[in-house]
Design a protein around this ligand. Structure first.
Ligand code: 9MR
Length: 344
């Protein structure tokens, strides 16, 4: 401390803002909101991952083991082993569990193909699926991404998919919320979307959809903004997005944060990319903390260490550093930025 004060007194760069205890204090203890990360059963077998997850994170989202792609087998049977192991891990470590995702346009399971176009049989199977999974985890999860990514990328209406084709463009969304509420009346049911900050038309369409669903009495319990960002994002956009989403008065979930240094496989020419990444985390976290406390559902990063990120598994993704901890599990500037913004 003396050294830091001495530096500041000499007019040098003040160290008090950047010096951090090593290791940092547990984020889950200092933060004034739940802090989440995603998890897979493979992570649970990695002691270094477990140490970071249990020290800093108070909420977990299964990265894929509660999705239809995993749960629903081609013959229509269910598989819950992965989800059950994650439930047990979260409980053993005093962490909240958040489920993703009941219905997602991107999941087009073989078990539903024979029912395509069958009317009531399709609708019955849709309800049965949601009742089965949301019923299985009733009381174990605090909430669900009930419908994921409903809006077309260009903002021109809603996505076309097997669900909209069979149940109606907007009605598949309405039914998903109704069935989920029937299965688990105490779970908070979220509508989750991405690129709301990058694409103004998509944001506008999303907001109109929320308005319409609420006016139809759909039991939406919260709004998720995934926040898959990259360092080219301009300052101010995140603040505007969180403020606008918050205007409905519903709980808000920053549900899948990562900040790529190399979107589309190319490094962006930014002076200090890790500092730019940290600055965006600061903006997002400060906007989130400016919401009333009852609206701060959780602030979730989509992974812990850079190497855990789905972005590195994509073509051109090698070498990206999108998360809060580096390869060695050391906290990055982005971690410290988050801790500063959310802690008391
Ligand atoms: O990171 C997830 C990856 O491991 C899965 O293979 C993939 C498909 O289930 O989903 C990834 O997570 C996605 C999330 O569920 C929804 N928003 C985009 C995320 C990255 O693709």
């Amino acid at each position: 401390l003396t050294g830091a004060l001495g530096l500041a007194a000499c007019g040098g760069r003040t160290e008090t803002a950047t010096a951090q205890p090593n290791p940092p204090r547990p984020l889950r203890e200092t933060a004034r909101c739940p802090i989440g990360t995603c998890v897979g059963t493979d992570h649970i077998g990695d002691p270094a991952w477990v140490a970071l997850a249990t020290r800093h994170f108070s909420q977990l989202t299964p990265e894929f083991e509660m999705k239809m792609e995993y749960v629903l087998q081609p013959d229509g049977s269910f598989r819950f082993d992965g989800g059950d192991r994650i439930v047990a891990f979260a409980r053993a470590n005093g962490q909240r569990l958040y489920g993703t995702t009941l219905i997602w346009y991107e999941q087009d399971p073989a078990a539903f193909h024979p029912l395509d176009g069958s009317g009531k049989r399709f609708a019955d199977a849709y309800r049965s699926y949601i009742l089965a999974i949301a019923g299985r985890y009733r009381g174990q999860v605090v909430g669900w991404d009930t419908v994921n990514e409903p809006v077309a990328e260009d903002g021109n209406g809603l996505r076309q998919c097997i669900w909209s084709r069979n149940l109606g463009q907007e009605d598949y969304i309405v039914r998903a919320f109704e069935h989920a509420a029937e299965a688990d009346p105490n779970a908070l049911l979220f509508l989750n979307e991405y690129n709301l900050e990058h694409l103004p038309r998509k944001q506008a369409t999303f907001l109109k959809l929320v308005e319409r669903l609420l006016s139809r009495g759909v039991p939406i319990g919260g709004l998720g903004t995934q926040s898959h960002l990259d360092i080219s994002l301009k300052s101010g956009v995140l603040t505007q997005t969180i403020r606008r989403l918050g205007e409905f008065g519903l709980p808000i979930h920053v549900s899948e944060l990562d900040i790529s240094l190399k979107p589309h496989g190319f490094n962006l020419p930014v002076g200090d990319p890790l500092q730019r990444q940290a600055d965006l985390v600061t903006e997002l976290a400060e906007a989130f903390m400016a919401l009333p406390q009852r609206q701060r559902f959780a602030f979730t990063a989509w992974g812990i260490r850079d190497r855990d990120s789905w972005l590195l598994r994509r073509p051109g993704g090698t070498g990206d550093r999108p998360l809060l901890f580096d390869e060695a599990g050391e906290p990055k500037a982005a971690f410290h930025a988050l801790q500063r913004a959310v802690s008391a």
